[in-house]
Ligand binder design. Structure first.
Ligand code: GLY
Ligand code: MN
Ligand code: MN
Length: 441
């Protein structure tokens, strides 16, 4: 599959960011946008740093993710400026001098020590919107994250530019390489740890470069929503495999989940297929004007239809949703916005001036309550799980009769199922970013 090239789309992306910054600064009554890339964090009483994760506000402007103590300055009407730290250092590899297709769009100052940035930042610090974590402060340049500025930028970050979509497609293709290698390792009887290593090798990214810790669960471990233990020893028999793993492309994330059964003749495999078909339909429902909350509620009903078909619940799907029983088997949200962060910002934003759209009552883990519009990218990740704690709670809450416990016992050794894709909302409907990457192989 030929992937779109981000480079020719960068100038327009930058124009969009500048226009957003102009408006955000106007709303904040400020003159300069100042964005530190971030600073290394060190372990207590040690000179070892934690992995560096760049400020998302910084990587929105530049495809640079490994450059601590650098700064972007943007003043409306002027070219953006990059203050780029290239230290004199023989202990570490020094970041290479800026090069590539984005360089022509910036005025660039090279500094040799982090402190040298201060002299190059706008003189009147009171006129600056400084976006970042407190730890990035440099003298008087303390991140202030003005609410009006942040609200505006965060709200509009939901609408991806063609440059961002190009990078997100790259992140899909990379992750799919890993998913293929992981499935092969599962079928060869590998341990969770070895599956993880096969994934990283195929993607070409290690755990600190991936957008989140790989979730790789065999058998009952698939029932732990964020299972990240990575057992070193393979079970005697691998019946099922849930992998939730992504990749990064210039700081943009993918977030993909697949579930496999070892035995294609098993009922669990049939349940995966039913969920897969339902998940495709849920993704196809993404369209402008669609309320994501409604997609989430519709997913509950569809998933209870599957459990009814497989004889796991004894009541109607409608009754299972109405009584709250559905959350026993589907205890998380349908998905979230994604982009510079796996769980991207402003999922609840009512407007670019703030405000919050609350979750529907009884759905405490839904991360996205906005109405979909063109340019948004969301995950669609329905799941069905057999989780002891929640099953016990359901029984205690009086749902015992609504559950066929023999069927639960038959499915429990497989843990659970989740299928997750990224879907772009277009002018006319849905563009699933993940499925074509798998189809291409
Ligand atoms: N991988 C975390 C999530 O799916 O939200
Ligand atoms: Mn995921
Ligand atoms: Mn997700």
């Amino acid at each position: 599959m030929s992937l779109p090239d981000p480079a020719p789309r960068y100038a327009a992306h930058l124009d969009t960011l500048k226009a957003r910054a102009d408006e955000a600064l106007a709303r904040g009554g400020l003159d300069h946008l100042v964005i530190p890339s971030g600073r290394l964090h060190y372990q207590h009483a040690d000179d070892l740093n934690y992995p560096f994760y760049v400020n998302p506000q910084f990587k929105a402007w530049l495809p640079l993710t490994r450059v601590p103590d650098s700064w972007i300055v943007y003043t409306p009407g002027q070219r953006p400026r990059l203050i780029f730290l290239q230290p004199r250092d023989y202990w570490h590899v020094v970041p290479a001098a800026p090069s590539g297709w984005w360089v022509a769009h910036f005025d660039i100052d090279i500094i040799r020590t982090a402190d040298q940035a201060a002299a190059l930042l706008p003189k009147d610090v009171a006129r600056c919107a400084i976006l970042g974590e407190a730890h990035s402060a440099l003298g008087a340049y303390v991140p202030n994250n003005p609410e009006a500025v942040i609200d505006y930028l965060a709200y509009h970050r939901a609408y991806k530019t063609p440059y961002e979509i190009a990078l997100m497609r790259q992140a899909q293709a990379l992750a799919v390489r890993g998913h293929r290698a992981a499935e092969a390792a599962f079928r060869a009887g590998a341990s969770e740890f070895d599956i993880h290593m096969a994934y990283c090798a195929a993607v070409g990214q290690d755990a600190t470069e991936l957008p989140y810790g790989n979730i790789i669960g065999l058998n009952e471990h698939a029932a732990v929503l964020h299972y990240t233990e990575l057992e070193r020893v393979a079970p005697a028999q691998s019946r099922s495999f849930l992998i939730d793993a992504g990749a990064s492309a210039a700081g943009y994330a993918s977030d993909i989940t697949r579930t496999y059964a070892a035995d294609p003749g098993s009922e669990f495999h049939a349940m995966i297929q039913a969920l897969d078909a339902a998940q495709i339909r849920m993704g196809q429902a993404v369209a402008p004007g669609v309320d994501y909350k409604q997609l989430h509620l519709d997913a509950h009903l569809a998933l209870m239809g599957i459990l009814k078909d497989f004889g796991v619940i004894t009541v109607s799907p409608e009754a299972a949703v109405a009584s709250g029983l559905s959350a026993t088997f589907f205890p998380h949200g349908l998905g979230h916005a994604i982009g510079l962060q796996v769980h991207d910002v402003a999922g609840f934003a009512a407007s670019d001036r703030g405000g919050r759209i609350e979750r529907p009552e009884g759905h405490p883990y839904l991360r996205l309550t906005r109405v979909l519009e063109p340019g948004m990218v969301v995950t669609i990740e329905p799941g069905l799980y057999f989780i002891d704690m929640l099953l016990d709670d359901a029984r205690a809450a009086g749902h015992g009769e609504a559950i066929n416990w023999d069927r639960v016992a038959q499915f429990k050794p497989y843990g659970g199922i989740r299928i997750e894709d990224e879907v772009l909302c277009t002018e006319t409907g849905a563009d699933n970013l993940t499925r074509p990457a798998f189809a291409e192989g």
